[in-house]
Write a protein that binds this ligand. Structure first.
Ligand SMILES: [Zn+2]
Length: 454
């Protein structure tokens, strides 16, 4: 009953007061997700032309890049025309951040964001207000596929302090109690005490949904099973931010007795794709994104794995065109889905993986959470990988640029003390490149401890 009041009254009033268009965009997305592929394709092509023309006219980086490639954005007739444009690499963004901002926007109107580089390369970038509203709407739409409605109580196991910090002010706390209704659990590190507290909070809160880092939730389940703790089953579970292995999916589903809806997204692009009730591949948010799956510059066939390139059909202030996100996936062959959504599907092949690292006092520290704390804010870090071979030492394998200095090291060591305690030592290994593994998977944190130490 209260959920209905939030959904139909409180939430709409709040977003209207904020001047957000997210609910109107949500209605449009829910209309588009059932369209015929021809209808949808026409809308998408219009959006593609619009963003390419804007980029060619107002974004210095693309103006130069299009000219060098002999690409004329006004002549685009098909998505295959994109292949004339070079891939946008993370290095391009690191080196040309200001030239990627559209001159049609004022800097103070933009929303700054950054990624810690779970694929190893920290980035800073911007969203315009319209794109921000699309992101919010897309998240709600994909939540609805998993049965998470606005106003339902959701337990969130998330590790990014910057995401959680928004819940600290009194206003934010009131908003959370009456509207968002989230039980926020910082999953950046786990000790036996924090896991016990989590179980108590969870039993008291009785969430209808769970949103979690895949590895963190699996770790929670291991602890609850080992200690005979039973948690009330939510209606559904969404996992995100890191690869959900088949083993972890089985573990989580059998413990809670409900299905997991896995999701693929990133800070740069918001939700890219997510599972529906069919649990067979993930529907792509094709209204606002175009994905390519490539091997070099060759587009691979449906079902064949390729590097994922993302073109955001919007965010004029900072366009992402053929952005090499660093994950590997495959387009699914076209077929109708039992859930009724007509959006195309994809499958993840290899993405971001992180191991838990062990603090000397026994806490397990989430690699996925460390990406933003350690890599995103340290000057001069281009790529990072953390390796633990000994209980009291971490090796930071880094690709750096000229901005990297003693202060950068001091920042890393300060964060290490914060997460791992004062006795954890740090070694550096500066390298020219941190390659992906042969599978295409990028490992941000690697725990090589054996047996008892693990
Ligand atoms: Zn479906």
């Amino acid at each position: 009953m209260y959920q209905r009041i939030v959904e139909s009254l409180l939430y709409p009033v709040l977003v209207k007061k904020q001047g957000s268009k997210e609910l109107a965009i949500l209605a449009e997305l829910q209309h588009c997700e059932k369209m015929s592929s021809d209808e949808l394709q026409a809308i998408r092509l219009e959006r593609l032309r619009d963003i390419l023309q804007h980029a060619g006219e107002f974004v210095p980086f693309y103006r130069e890049r299009f000219a060098a490639a002999g690409f004329n954005p006004t002549t685009v007739t098909d998505f295959s025309d994109l292949q004339k444009i070079p891939i946008l690499t993370k290095k391009d963004i690191q080196e040309n951040r200001d030239a990627l901002i559209s001159t049609a926007y004022k800097r103070q109107d933009l929303i700054a964001n950054r990624t810690g580089g779970s694929t190893g390369s920290p980035l800073q970038f911007f969203h315009d207000k319209q794109r921000w509203d699309v992101r919010q709407a897309a998240t709600i739409r994909h939540n609805l596929w998993a049965g998470h409605k606005i106003g339902q109580k959701v337990a969130v196991l998330w590790g990014h302090q910057s995401d959680l910090a928004g819940f600290q002010s009194l206003k934010a706390k009131l908003r959370n109690i009456f509207i968002d209704r989230l039980l926020i659990c910082d999953s950046s590190s786990f000790s036996e005490a924090s896991l016990k507290q989590f179980a108590l909070d969870f039993q008291r809160f009785q969430p209808e949904g769970i949103l979690a880092y895949a590895n963190s939730l699996a770790l929670v389940v291991d602890f609850m099973k080992a200690n005979g703790v039973e948690l009330p089953p939510p209606k559904s579970i969404i996992t995100s931010a890191e690869v959900l292995t088949a083993e972890n999916r089985e573990k989580i589903e059998s413990y809670f007795g409900v299905k997991v809806f896995d999701r693929y997204g990133s800070r740069e692009t918001s939700v890219i794709a997510s599972e529906c009730s069919a649990h067979f591949g993930m529907h792509i948010g094709a209204e606002y994104l175009h994905l390519e799956f490539v091997d070099g510059n060759r587009t691979v066939l449906p079902g064949e794995s390729g590097d994922i390139l993302v073109t955001v059909l919007g965010n004029h202030a900072f366009p992402f065109i053929r952005y090499g996100i660093g994950d590997v996936g495959a387009a699914a062959p076209q077929s109708t889905c039992s859930c009724g959504v007509t959006l195309p599907k994809m499958q993840m092949v290899a993405g971001r993986t992180t191991d838990f690292l062990l603090a000397p006092d026994g806490r397990k520290v989430s690699g996925a959470a460390l990406t933003i704390y350690l890599a995103a804010k340290v000057p001069g870090v281009r790529q990072a990988q953390i390796i633990q071979r000994e209980r009291e030492r971490l090796i930071f394998k880094l690709v750096t640029d000229s901005q990297f200095n003693a202060n950068s090291k001091a920042m890393i060591e300060e964060r290490v003390r914060h997460f791992f305690g004062a006795t954890m030592g740090v070694d550096y290994s500066l390298v020219n490149e941190i390659p992906k593994e042969a599978s295409g998977k990028y490992r941000f944190s690697i725990c090589e401890l054996k047996g008892e130490d693990r």
